[in-house]
Write a protein that binds this ligand. Structure first.
Ligand code: B12
Length: 430
């Protein structure tokens, strides 16, 4: 193969639907930024985020790399097929090709299974020497330290994102929830970067808004605390994802607030049954107590709820809405249970013959793709719509906002942003 000089790499983030004004509030792909950061300087690297622009099919690339979550798989395969039709080699990576490399392999010259860090350099070398392999499989990461090469945020230039100051302090999660792919994918490991490495990256930021894209940023309080302490002086405003148990440690809550945290996303998952008593939420304090602690510290809490677990009957929607009225997390979000390939939930539903189809673009948290145990699929869908509407009426928003005394404006702004899409929902299943 005659490679252009310098060789040119196109990295593609596939889009499944048009976003309109909401695209201004998206975050750039950390997955592709990492692949760019691993690419030698001798390559010219271009990012195409399909949310913001069309795919440049005819711009003379040496190699195309496409990232892919499950709901993006069909679009990723279309893009891959089109490039391959023009004779341009394609590599697919990310969570979906990692879990289903054989399926993804039908649309790519090479598949990256797992993390790119240990193998991307070899893959590029193989390509330029005409001996690209079909599958590059990263070893499961150990528990050691996580060290990442410097960021390549230059690839985001010219695109309008909420912020490009995104980073990871850790990878992995100490828990193993049946619907989540993180622990099956990373193994039972939890790795932090060295505080000095993270702080150097944070100090290089020139804007305030910063987003940590960790699976569970506060999963190991002993490792998180020194970083948070140092962040106090940096003047950043940051958000991230953690689990509710971080609030069991009052010192940690205080440090999170003082370090400039404006919002934390936690998975409450279910207000009943096994998930409500999962080690992730603990049993020392009630969820309501933990939520209150976070509220009182002035941190906006986005609490994610999932409907459709096997112990959910038709009463779950009412129970959940009343529960949220009592606990008042700043911002509740609702999702339909989605059995992603690679999870134990997927294997269970598949073996019980309860999956309606494997049309991946519909595995998006907004469609019922399996037969629920204790209600009809229509009831599950309508209950989900109803809960979303009820949680975003003005009285519900005001009562949540004014119970979060140290951040009323931020709380209100977040809620108003969420209200729009919830108001537009249909009342019935299509
Ligand atoms: C941060 C995050 C988000 C952020 C994304 C911010 C961003 N733009 O980067 C936000 C909050 C927006 C988000 C949203 C969603 N997310 Co999310 N998210 C994550 C999380 C926690 C980390 C992802 C991440 O950036 N990791 C850091 C990067 C560096 O790691 P990585 O993606 O694994 O990439 C590495 C390798 O996979 C590989 N790689 C990846 N792509 C490619 C491509 C090539 C060419 C190559 C060579 C290698 C390669 O190399 C990378 C470096 O090692 C993951 C959990 C996880 N650990 O995967 C869930 C996760 C990816 N999300 C998930 C889901 C379902 C969603 C939503 C659909 C949820 C929803 N209800 O709407 C939305 C979809 C948004 C969309 N744009 O379409 C699921 C996906 C499951 C699946 N099978 O598809 C995950 C795995 C969570 C889970 N618990 O199961 N998410």
């Amino acid at each position: 193969m005659m490679a252009p000089s310098p060789p040119r790499l196109l990295l593609v983030y596939p889009a499944t639907h048009k976003l309109g004004w909401a695209k201004r509030f998206q975050l750039p792909s950390q997955s592709l930024e990492r692949v760019a950061a691993l690419t030698p300087d001798s390559w010219d690297v271009v990012l195409c985020d399909e949310v913001h622009e069309s795919v440049p099919f005819d711009d003379g690339f040496t190699l195309v790399g496409i990232t892919c979550m499950t709901h993006q798989a069909i679009r990723a395969y279309e893009i891959a097929d089109a490039f391959r039709g023009k004779g341009i080699p394609v590599v697919l990576g990310g969570i979906h090709p990692t879990v289903l490399p054989e399926e993804a392999g039908l649309h790519a010259d090479a598949i990256v299974v797992g993390e790119a860090e240990p193998l991307w350099g070899n893959l590029l070398h193989d390509l330029l020497n005409g001996r690209l392999c079909k599958v590059y499989r990263a070893p499961l990461p150990g528990n050691g330290k996580l060290s990442l090469p410097p960021a390549r945020r230059d690839i985001f230039k010219g695109k309008k994102y909420l912020t490009t100051q995104t980073l990871q302090a850790s990878r992995g999660c100490p828990y193993d929830c049946p619907f989540c792919i993180v622990t099956p994918y990373f193994g039972n490991t939890f790795r932090y970067r060295e505080p000095a490495e993270i702080l150097a990256e944070l100090r290089s930021f020139d804007r305030k808004l910063t987003v940590f894209l960790d699976d569970n940023l506060l999963g190991d309080p002993l490792r998180a605390k020194p970083i948070l302490k140092e962040m106090e002086g940096l003047g950043l405003r940051w958000g991230g994802q953690a689990n509710l148990r971080f609030a069991e440690d009052p010192e940690l809550v205080k440090l999170v607030a003082k370090s400039g945290c404006i919002g934390i996303f936690v998975g409450i998952e279910s207000v009943t049954g096994r998930h409500a008593n999962h080690p992730k939420t603990g049993n020392k304090y009630s969820q309501a107590d933990l939520i209150k602690r976070i509220r009182d510290a002035g941190i906006v809490l986005e609490a994610s709820i999932i409907f459709g677990f096997d112990d959910h009957d038709e009463g779950i929607f009412e129970k959940t809405v009343r529960y949220l009225e009592r606990c008042k997390p700043s911002l509740p979000t609702f999702h339909l249970l989605t059995p992603y390939p690679g999870t134990s939930l997927f294997r269970q539903f598949d073996s019980e013959g309860r999956l309606f189809h494997k049309d991946w673009k519909r595995y998006n948290h907004s469609e019922v793709v399996f037969r629920p145990r204790l209600m009809s699929p229509e009831r599950l869908y309508e209950g989900w719509l109803q809960a979303r509407k009820e949680a975003y009426t003005w009285p519900a928003i005001f009562s949540r906002t004014f119970r979060n005394p140290h951040g009323i404006f931020t709380n209100l702004a977040y809620n108003v942003l969420r209200k729009g899409p919830n108001d537009l929902l249909p009342g019935k299943a299509p």
